[in-house]
Design a protein around this ligand. Structure first.
Ligand code: NOJ
Ligand code: MG
Length: 397
């Protein structure tokens, strides 16, 4: 069968300067689901790293257990880290994020930092301190906390206030550990998710995380790692979620993928669903010149074999680059620009008066006569604006 043209063309070829990353667990994913066994053979973490470098990724993200089994001896662990660093040096790829797997082992069946068992909570801290040491060794400056088991099915089993207090204690403990070891600029990013694998998870949305951060000992070190699939699982607007993190200066990392709303965690290839919202997420990151890594956290379809995994990677990267080109096209489109000007209805005097409270500004606004009917007459041509956006996306503009 002839190759698709995009296998050979130069356009939309990822470069290191695009700052793309994948979680290595995405390409190592073997297609198991709750109802079926693995469909793909095992891939070693080092091959995953090599493969991502070959695809043009600037960096990768990993869990401690992706790289080295928790049962490994200290010697085996050190050898693995040495091997990883060699592969990184040979292939010119960096590690940007590391995360502790606090979900897989059955000891975490009722949570890690929020488990009812003090021994499990202590083990979770120990495992995360080791992960933080590992991250420091390979230069990963962001530690993600995804509390996949931090939740309940049985409400009577845990006080949610107590659970949040325990969560906070763990984050505080670990932030002190980073400072004590002088690992700065290492920072933490909490990844919200509403449910799955638990019935209900604590810190389910970006908003919850943003509310939690100021209650911790080192809020400056704490941010959010929103995953657009997790947001869409709740039927919320993922673009607004990311925007709120960005606006708060708390977008430390991002996980990109695709998801039909209000379903189980589908983790599909970036761009596979919700194209318009995905376009606006790319627009948000690119217009803000956000300096972080564009990281994909999704899974190849279970129907793919080991080669299909790399088609999945190509698909995510190409979708981002194509949407980035569409963003430039949208921003430069004269009709769209003119409409946006018309919609904005600028008034420098009123804008200055509203920008900040002062007794004089309050006085000026109170004294001003407004005619609500005249305000209502301002035409907002959103039908045309949205159609033009569609046409940019559909490739006819
Ligand atoms: C797997 C989860 O599916 C994902 O959302 C999370 O980012 C990583 N693990 C990090 O723990
Ligand atoms: Mg994720």
């Amino acid at each position: 069968m002839p190759l698709p043209r995009w296998k050979t063309e130069k356009k939309f070829t990822p470069r290191r300067s695009d700052r793309f990353a994948f979680g290595i667990w995405c390409v190592m994913n073997r297609g198991r689901d709750p109802f079926g066994e693995e469909t793909r053979p095992r891939m070693d973490a080092l091959d995953a790293v090599r493969g991502l470098a070959k695809k043009g990724c600037a960096s990768f993200e990993f869990h401690d257990d992706d790289l080295v089994s928790p049962a490994a001896s200290l010697k085996e662990r050190e050898k693995r880290v040495r091997d990883l660093k060699r592969v990184m040096a040979e292939s010119g790829i960096a590690a940007t994020m590391a995360t502790c797997n606090l979900t897989f082992h059955k000891c975490f069946k009722d949570g890690a930092f929020t488990s009812n068992d003090a021994r499990v909570r202590a083990y979770a801290l120990q495992k995360t301190m080791r992960l933080i040491d590992l991250a420091a060794q390979v230069g990963a400056e962001i530690i993600v906390f995804w509390g996949g088991r931090e939740g309940v099915e049985v409400e009577a089993s845990k006080s949610p206030q107590e659970a949040l207090r325990r969560y906070r204690e763990a984050i505080n403990f670990l932030s002190h550990y980073v400072r004590q070891n002088r690992y700065e600029p290492m920072r933490f990013a909490i990844e919200p998710k509403p449910n799955e694998p638990r019935g209900d998870l604590f810190l389910p949305t970006a908003g919850h995380v943003l509310g939690f951060i100021p209650t911790c000992d080192h809020p400056d070190m704490l941010g959010v790692n929103p995953e657009i699939e997790h947001c869409r699982m709740q039927g919320l607007n993922a673009c607004h979620d990311v925007a709120q993190c960005l606006e708060a200066g708390k977008l430390f990392d991002i996980h990109l993928g695709a998801q039909k709303p209000l379903r189980f965690d589908q983790d599909m290839r970036f761009g596979a669903e919700d194209l318009k919202e995905t376009f606006f997420i790319v627009k948000l990151l690119e217009d803000a010149a956000w300096p972080g890594t564009r990281t994909f956290d999704a899974h190849p379809y279970r129907t793919e074999d080991e080669d299909g995994v790399w088609d999945f990677v190509d698909g995510c990267l190409r979708a981002y680059l194509i949407l980035k080109e569409k963003v430039a096209r949208w921003n430069a489109d004269p009709a769209i620009r003119a409409l946006r000007e018309e919609i904005a209805c600028r008034d420098p005097v009123l804008e200055a008066a509203c920008a900040a409270f002062s007794p004089a500004n309050a006085q000026a606004l109170l004294a001003r006569h407004f005619d609500p009917d005249a305000l209502a007459a301002h035409r907002l041509r959103y039908e045309v604006l949205d159609q033009l956006t569609q046409e940019v996306l559909l490739g006819v503009r």
